[in-house]
Design a protein around this ligand. Structure first.
Ligand code: ATP
Ligand code: MG
Length: 212
């Protein structure tokens, strides 16, 4: 009984951060594969409010990026979406996000931060990287075009913290938000690359038709 109670309160939470401009099937597949592979109870998608690494680039208003993530995840009972980075003032640092999440979860809960093979290679440049790696584990999914050698290189620079980063091979989808935006701008189809509801929202709102 004691064991059951402990199990009931302990959560394994996946965190899928991103700019999601727009969310696409690559994000969804990565989150679902990690959810199943790492036996996560749920995955929380957290659209970045103001991404530190995309300063100076034009990005779609946070409210609309959030709306597209909600539309894309609505049919998966294990997925939910957070507004915490959008509502928090200033740049969106993962260390602030994860520490806020930790504060709201039972003590024994585990947080698994999901990234692609491209993003994980930058982790050592993130704000308070060591503290962040102390608070959650990272799963870096494979991504076409980003060899895992890059992840191994970063892990070698991490010392004992390397044990906190797991490389996870998934079925590769060579899709990116940049490519979606470029396709829309060029009048090419994005069907099957994003969920239908997201495709319709992009069309209705007229997103990505201008260069930039
Ligand atoms: P952009 O081209 O604008 O950078 P993106 O497709 O890389 O967009 P992001 O919002 O930057 O999407 O990425 C959010 C997270 O999802 C990152 O950790 C990224 O590595 C991961 N990711 C994005 N696309 C894929 C994909 N096709 N396969 C695996 N991981 C992905
Ligand atoms: Mg990206």
């Amino acid at each position: 009984m004691e064991g059951q109670t402990r199990h009931a309160i302990m959560t394994r939470l996946g965190v899928m951060g991103g700019t999601f401009d727009p969310i696409h099937c690559g994000h969804l597949l990565a989150a679902e594969e990690v959810r199943i592979g790492f036996r996560l109870d749920r995955v929380l998608f957290i659209p970045s409010g103001r991404p530190p690494h995309k300063q100076g680039k034009q990005i779609t208003e946070a409210l609309h990026r959030y709306a597209m993530v909600v539309l894309a995840t609505a049919d998966n009972p294990h997925f939910s979406v957070s507004t915490m980075e959008i509502e928090r003032p200033g740049l969106s640092y993962s260390v602030d996000t994860v520490s806020a999440l930790r504060a709201g979860l039972p003590k024994e809960s585990e947080i698994v931060f999901i990234t692609g093979a491209d993003v994980i290679t930058e982790i050592l440049s993130w704000k308070d990287a060591e503290r962040l790696l102390g608070m959650c584990e990272f799963v870096a999914v494979t991504r076409p075009g980003y060899p895992t050698a890059g992840i191994e290189r970063v892990k070698r620079q991490m010392g004992s913290l390397a044990a906190r980063v797991h490389v996870f091979p998934i079925t590769g989808l060579a899709v990116s938000s940049s490519e979606i935006r470029e396709r829309v701008r060029a009048g090419r189809p994005i069907r099957y690359l994003v969920p239908v509801a997201v495709e319709e929202y992009i069309r209705k709102m007229g997103f990505y038709t201008q260069a930039g």
